[in-house]
Design a protein around this ligand. Structure first.
Ligand code: SF4
Ligand code: SF4
Length: 222
């Protein structure tokens, strides 16, 4: 999932200051899972902004709505009959959601309330960990489903750096050494021979320097 963290209230207040009618829009998918942009967080942010306005004697009308997904037209369409009623949309979607809404309503002011952070997993309650950098050439099949690009501090493809201690990364003693994990898993499976091959560095040209990446599948067209 995509993770995000809510911007500081002071920054959000500054963004919404020129507007009197604001719709706070959450997203019920990734950012709900990481407790930054779902229905609950929409309610908390809207309440904080209302309270703040009341304490400062400002009149603002703040409403709330959470879409199932903020990056898919079928769900964004729920805003079609509402958007003209507001001066600004304060989105708690990820960067993709904010931009998707803005593409559909280019005249509207769409403001980001989150800082989109990374692709990751929910490790435990209250803990999310990055585990993919969307390199476009997934090698989890040879690295025992441990991503060395994301989980090795040095992004090494051909074995450990030699600095790990007690199975932890030398760059952060609280983080498991990705290469220790890779080797242990491959060893258990009897697949250490996968590491005999020399793997070239990641080809970042797939990810960078060509503008936004696209996935186009004719079999999914209607
Ligand atoms: S190799 Fe790592 S960064 Fe690349 S797609 Fe796979 S998990 Fe993501
Ligand atoms: S200690 Fe392990 S995870 Fe950390 S940089 Fe070295 S090989 Fe990578």
């Amino acid at each position: 999932m995509i993770t995000g963290e809510r911007k500081p209230l002071s920054e959000i207040k500054e963004m919404v200051a020129p507007f009197k009618k604001i719709l706070v829009v959450g997203c019920g998918t990734c950012v709900a899972e990481c407790a930054s942009g779902g229905e609950k967080e929409v309610g908390l942010l809207a309440s904080a902004l209302r309270m703040d306005a009341r304490m400062e004697g400002r009149k603002v009308d703040i409403k709330e709505l959470t879409l199932d997904r903020q990056c898919v037209f079928e769900f964004i369409d729920q805003l079609t009959d509402l958007i003209d009623q507001y001066d600004a949309i304060l989105s708690l979607g990820c960067g993709a959601g904010v931009q998707a809404v803005a593409e559909i309503f280019p005249e509207a002011v769409i403001l980001p309330a989150l800082n989109t952070t990374f692709i990751g997993e929910t490790k435990e309650a209250g803990l999310w960990i990055e585990n993919c950098r969307a390199c476009g050439d997934c090698k989890l099949g040879v690295f025992a489903a441990v991503c060395p690009i994301t989980r090795c501090a040095k992004g090494l493809f051909n074995g450990p750096c030699g600095g790990s201690k007690d199975g932890k990364c030398e760059a952060d003693a609280n983080t498991p050494c990705a290469w220790q994990l890779i080797i242990d898993r491959l060893d258990k499976r009897g697949q250490l021979d996968l590491l005999q091959k020399i793997y070239p560095p990641a080809d970042w040209s797939r990810q960078q320097g060509k503008g936004p990446r696209k996935i186009h599948r004719e079999d999914q067209e209607i």
